[in-house]
Design a protein around this ligand. Sequence first.
Ligand SMILES: Cc1ncc(C[n+]2csc(CCOP(=O)(O)OP(=O)(O)O)c2C)c(N)n1
Ligand SMILES: [Mg+2]
Length: 241
Amino acid sequence: MALRTNVRETLRVLVPAVRRLRTAARAEEAARRLSALGPANWSAQRARLASDAEKAAGARPIDPRVLMLRIADALPEDAVVVDEGITTTASLHGLRALRHARAHFGMASGGIGWGIAAANGVSVALPDRPVCALIGDGSAMYGVQALWTAAHYRLPVAFVIGNNRSYRILKERLVSMRGVEKHIGMDLRDPAIDWVGLALAMGVPARRVSDAADIAPAIREATGRAGPSLIDAVVQDGFGE
Ligand SMILES: Cc1ncc(C[n+]2csc(CCOP(=O)(O)OP(=O)(O)O)c2C)c(N)n1
Ligand SMILES: [Mg+2]
């Protein structure tokens, strides 16, 4: 039976009612079911994901799961994430606990290009909160000019570019859905995009991070600033580089 109700008010009535019906046998059964859920709950899954990621901690380019793990651990508790990281942020929900209602803004559909500008908007709306925008390099190229806006309004946004030098998700889907190994027009190489140069040109301080050990200090520094900054995070492209 589905009920549409106010959760808090309903639980106030429901919990005492269930308690009245509870026998010793039922209590035992409930405890058994609760302990069976333990290994499947979010924290247990997070621990497994984190320990898998840790095994790749030394990889260069950086494994995207390691990038997410370090960012999840380094972000202040009140940080707001704007997520247009596509494949780079695929593991984020498994690694970062959502501790408040506005902890995360992500994709409602597949359209890309909104992330940098949306992070600016979120920062304007929530001026006391550090904002961390995780943006794929391909997605970032659709709206990179909004970095200038962040500099102009001195918005405290830490932009992180998931720099895998490609449209990785499109390549992966061609492989998984059509068995196509030849990928045309999906590389952002030759020439490589100079993310640090692009950001600096628009007045946003920037640095490149190629070593996983530098992620956490870079994130702490970026989220502690009064204005915007950008981290060019060099991650694996999923196809051997
Ligand atoms: C407006 C728009 N144009 C094109 C696409 C098709 N598209 C989906 S994902 C993607 C590439 C994303 O690349 P990137 O942001 O670098 O993420 P990655 O897959 O490399 O992690 C493109 C071009 C889209 N979804 N929306
Ligand atoms: Mg990419």
